[in-house]
Design a binder for this molecule. Structure first.
Ligand code: ZN
Length: 318
């Protein structure tokens, strides 16, 4: 009898405290994760978390992109939010450890999941969400895909609030101010995707290139190759002290940032053009173009063939 009572009171106590227990568990998971999420102040007021180089279906795919934030006198701008709510939440924990200023802007450099799926976490600040003028449409077009393919990364909150598209869009160029700290945001024509923007912090000469620059991890073409090469030329007109790629380590010059990517993309352009001029079929092109570049890049096998087929279609009708 005594035991039964004890059991009962344990159950009641357990039930009552369960939500609290869950909340504290989520908090402690985030807190533990916050300790493990690398973050560096790469230039004054610019904080970068570097993602890992794993495949798109591997464990840890939520944490492959470079994401971070910039702190001004008034408030904070987040640049990309990671590939899950947990990554977004962990980044936010990091922000709160460093400053008590509010998040006033959440900037998404483009549509890919690893840069946007943490957006919902920042809604508590009611920030302006900023993206390319094509991004709202792209988010809408990808909504179902994101909810299905990334249900684990998005958890079980009501789906209407999970995918947040920009409410402020960039047509060409826009400046936002974090309090004595202007940021220049530029939009590009189709390049890595159809939704690429970059963020430049003139105070430190720090250029957040999003996926218009890849280092170490093989570039992925989801827009237009020729547009991407053009965007690379445009970006280099800005004098910089530091370039932050969307994937891979920062570089302190355009030359270092773009050397390998430029060689790879120009090789794709030249060899595919030649193959088309010689009347090759797409399958032949995919089997042989650029295979020598394999040793220069991580995850080459996952993306290279897709790149060749994309470029083949683009150049076939030029
Ligand atoms: Zn991307």
């Amino acid at each position: 009898m005594k035991d039964h009572k004890a059991q009962q009171s344990f159950s009641i106590k357990y039930c009552l405290s369960y939500p609290l227990f869950l909340a504290s568990l989520v908090f402690s998971i985030t807190a533990v994760f916050a300790d493990t999420l690398n973050l560096d102040e790469i230039s004054p007021g610019n904080y970068l978390h570097q993602g890992k180089h794993v495949g798109l279906s591997a464990d840890g795919r939520e944490d492959i992109a470079n994401i971070g934030f910039i702190i001004g006198e008034r408030c904070v701008a987040i640049i990309d939010t990671g590939g899950s709510l947990l990554i977004g939440r962990t980044l936010l924990e990091k922000v709160k450890l460093i400053t008590d200023k509010p998040v006033c802007y959440v900037i998404n450099t483009h549509i890919h999941f690893d840069h946007v799926l943490g957006n919902a976490v920042f809604a508590e600040f009611n920030p302006e969400f900023i993206g390319h003028h094509n991004l709202p449409g792209a988010m809408e077009a990808n909504r179902e895909f994101f909810l299905q393919e990334f249900s684990k990364e998005l958890g079980s909150a009501p789906s209407g609030q999970l995918i947040i598209a920009p409410d402020k869009t960039v047509m060409d160029e826009m400046t936002v101010d974090l309090g004595n700290r202007p940021l220049i945001i530029k939009a590009y024509k189709a390049a890595h995707t159809h939704t690429d923007i970059t963020v430049f912090d003139p105070e430190t000469g720090t250029f957040w290139a999003g996926d218009l620059v890849f280092r170490d991890r093989v570039p992925v073409i989801d827009g237009k190759l020729k547009g991407w090469l053009e965007a690379m030329k445009q970006m280099q007109k800005t004098e910089v002290n530091l370039v932050i790629p969307g994937h891979g380590p920062p570089a302190d010059s355009w030359q270092i940032a773009m050397e390998a990517q430029s060689a790879y993309l120009n090789m794709l352009l030249n060899e595919t053009r030649e193959a088309i001029a010689e009347g090759w079929f797409m399958e032949e092109a995919i089997d042989s173009i650029g295979t020598d570049a394999k040793d220069n890049w991580l995850l080459f096998d996952e993306h290279h063939r897709g790149n060749v087929s994309k470029v083949f279609v683009e150049l076939e009708w030029e």
